[in-house]
Design a protein around this ligand. Sequence first.
Ligand code: 13P
Length: 250
Amino acid sequence: MRKQIVAGNWKMNTTPAEGTELAKAVAELSKEVADNVSLIVAPPFTHLCSVAKTLAGTKVALSSQNCADQASGAYTGEVSARMIASLGASYVILGHSERREYYGETSEILNKKMAQAYANDLTPIYCVGEKLNERETGKHFDVVRAQIEEVVYQLAPEQFDRLIIAYEPVWAIGTGKTATADQAQEMHAYIRSVLAEKFGDKAAACPILYGGSCKPSNAKELFAKTDVDGGLIGGASLVAADFIAIAKSF
Ligand code: 13P
């Protein structure tokens, strides 16, 4: 059986003090979440140290939202995977559409970031997803396939064993317009088939999360689908009660 995972991507929100309060509330409410559901929060870099302390000894794991594509050195403003791991984070979100779109992250850059993540024992949460015009012109499967082939296909099989994928249709992110459960299932099943072409039976074990306006009111329907193994939550992860309600939707 695949892992069920709900991860909160806080994006560029909250001060460190507010983040600590949010993490405390999530940790407290996490006691209500079933043992087989993994919870992850991804605060901004500036909060990792304090949130790690808040989450110590709880069932909530820590992720960063990004990492540098280099190990160390003269890269002003960058934060390395080693730094992130040393603070107690176990995951890193890579390839988020906002990183691809606003910061020019290409597959070439993402391959380097993936290598840094694995070298430092961080589990990547690798995001894929098409834009609205790509869906409207019927290119969504091809776009997602390319995002997988160019990055995930470059992994060694034992690296793939530790990968989490998040399908986040760009048109559903922060728009309040969620993919229907059937649209999500269709794409998740497609992603799994593309993974199976390269990694065979291992694809059946890869968690594939849905992201894009996932909230307490629609999580149940989405998570009921065979290939939807949880969610990567933006806006709703900033409200502890909503985030936990989503995690109780399996
Ligand atoms: P929203 O849940 O705010 O749509 O964001 C989804 C997302 O981008 C998570 O990474």
